[in-house]
Design a protein around this ligand. Structure first.
Ligand SMILES: Cc1cc2nc3c(=O)[nH]c(=O)nc-3n(C[C@H](O)[C@H](O)[C@H](O)COP(=O)(O)OP(=O)(O)OC[C@H]3O[C@@H](n4cnc5c(N)ncnc54)[C@H](O)[C@@H]3O)c2cc1C
Length: 318
C-alpha cells in the first residue's frame, strides 16, 4: 500500500501521465500500434488506441515447464502484548516449521516494530492447502515456534506465486509487451518479483525516453534461470533436502552476496561460488537430466483437503 501511494503521488505530479481505471477485456495488435478494449468503472465499453501496450495482467494459465512448483503462503500482521520482535532483524526462512512430505516449508518474520510484524507460513510444493491448514500452520508457527504470547491479528495476507522454469514470452504482438510477473519478472527459485520488475520498468522508461521500442528486458539473466531450473528440479524430485540446501546457502555465502543472488543481481563468478555451496551431487544429477525432460502443461492438483484436526500443522496427504 505504501509503495502504491508513493507511485500514485509521483504519477499525479507528472504532466505526461493520465491514469484511467478500467477492466481490460482484450488487447488487439493493429498496424502502427494497439487497441485496448476496456470496460470502465461505469460498465461502459471503450477502446483506447496506443502506440505501445505494456500488459501486466496475470497470465491466464502457466506455460508448459519442466518443473512448476507453487510458493503458497498465508501470513498474519500481528500486534503482541509484549515486545517480541527485533525491528532490525528479518527472518527470511525459518525452517522450524513441520516439513511437508513434498517440497519444503518455512516461517517468515518481517517486523515493523518491537510489537508488530508480518508472520507468515510458506510452502514451496506442487499443491496448495485448504484454508484451515494455512491458519493452523501460522498459528503453530506464531504460538509454538515463536511463542509470541498474547497477540492480536490486525490483518492477513495470502498468496500463490508460481515458481516455474518455463520461458515466458515478453512480446505478444508487434506493439504489445508483457511486463512484471506476467512478463517473467518472478525469480523462479524464490518468487521474488519486485526487483526484477523494477529493472524492467526502468529499462522501458529509458527506451521510451530515447525513442526506442520499449520491449521489457528479461528480468533475470539466462544463467540465473538455468540455475533456478536445476534447483527447482532438485527440490521437486526430492533429491535435495530443501531446508538443508537453503541453510547451507545462508550460512556459507556472505549475506550481501546472497541477497543480491536472490534478487538476480550477481555476476557469473559469484553464481558459480554460490553453486558450490549447494549439495553438489543432487544438483549435478538434476542439471544433467534437465535437457532430457519434456516440458509439460501445468495441471494444478487440487488443494490438500481440510484437516480433520484443524489446529495441527499441515502434513501433505495423497
Ligand atoms: C501476497 C503477496 C505478497 C508478495 N510479496 C512479495 C515480496 O515481498 N517480494 C517480491 O518480490 N514479490 C512479492 N510478491 C510477488 C508479487 O506478485 C510481485 O512482487 C508484484 O505484485 C508483481 O507485480 P505485477 O505488477 O507484475 O503484478 P500484480 O501486482 O499482480 O499486478 C497485476 C495488476 O493487473 C490488474 N489486472 C488484472 N486483470 C486486469 C484486467 N483485466 N484489467 C485491468 N487490470 C487488471 C490487477 O488488478 C493488478 O493490479 C508477492 C505476491 C503476493 C500475492
Amino acid at each position: 500500500d505504501d509503495f502504491e501511494r508513493l507511485v500514485s503521488r509521483d504519477l499525479a505530479r507528472s504532466p505526461n501521465v493520465r491514469r484511467l481505471e478500467a477492466t481490460v477485456e482484450a488487447v488487439e495488435d493493429v498496424p502502427g500500434g494497439a487497441l485496448v478494449h476496456l470496460r470502465d468503472t461505469g460498465g461502459r465499453a471503450r477502446v483506447l488506441s496506443a502506440r505501445w501496450v505494456l500488459d501486466s495482467r496475470p497470465l491466464g494459465s502457466l506455460p508448459a515447464a519442466r518443473t512448476t512448483l507453487l510458493q503458497h503462503f498465508h501470513g498474519w500482521f500481528v500486534r503482541t502484548a509484549r515486545p517480541a520482535f527485533d525491528p532490525a532483524v528479518v527472518e527470511l526462512m525459518d525452517f522450524r516449521t513441520p516439513q511437508p512430505a513434498h517440497g519444503l516449508s518455512f516461517g517468515y518474520v518481517l517486523p515493523t516494530g518491537p510489537c508488530e510484524a508480518l508472520v507468515e507460513y510458506t510452502e514451496f510444493s506442487r499443491r496448495t492447502l485448504a484454508p484451515d491448514r494455512y491458519e493452523a500452520a501460522v498459528r503453530h508457527y506464531a504460538d509454538e515456534v515463536l511463542r509470541l504470547g498474547e497477540r492480536r491479528i490486525l490483518a492477513t495476507e495470502t498468496g500463490v506465486i508460481p515458481m516455474t522454469d518455463a520461458p515466458i514470452a515478453r512480446q505478444t504482438g508487434a506493439s504489445v509487451f508483457r511486463i512484471g510477473a506476467a512478463g517473467g519478472a518472478t525469480r523462479p527459485a524464490t518468487g521474488y518479483t519486485f526487483a526484477g520488475l523494477q529493472r524492467q520498468t526502468r529499462a522501458v522508461a529509458d527506451a521510451l525516453r530515447h525513442g526506442r521500442r520499449p520491449l521489457p528486458p528479461a528480468a533475470h539473466p539466462a544463467r540465473s534461470r538455468v540455475m533456478d531450473a536445476v534447483l527447482l528440479r532438485a527440490l521437486d524430485s526430492g533429491r535435495a533436502d530443501g531446508p538443508d540446501l537453503f541453510a547451507r546457502l545462508f550460512t556459507r555465502v556472505p549475506m550481501a552476496r546472497l541477497l543480491r543472488f536472490l534478487d538476480g543481481d550477481t555476476r557469473l563468478y559469484e553464481d558459480l561460488s554460490i553453486g558450490l555451496r549447494t549439495p553438489v551431487k543432487p544438483m549435478l544429477r538434476s542439471a544433467l537430466e534437465l535437457p532430457r525432460l519434456p516440458r509439460r502443461p501445468f495441471d494444478p492438483p487440487p488443494p490438500t483437503p481440510p484437516s480433520a484436526a484443524p489446529h495441527l500443522p499441515p502434513t501433505e496427504t495423497a
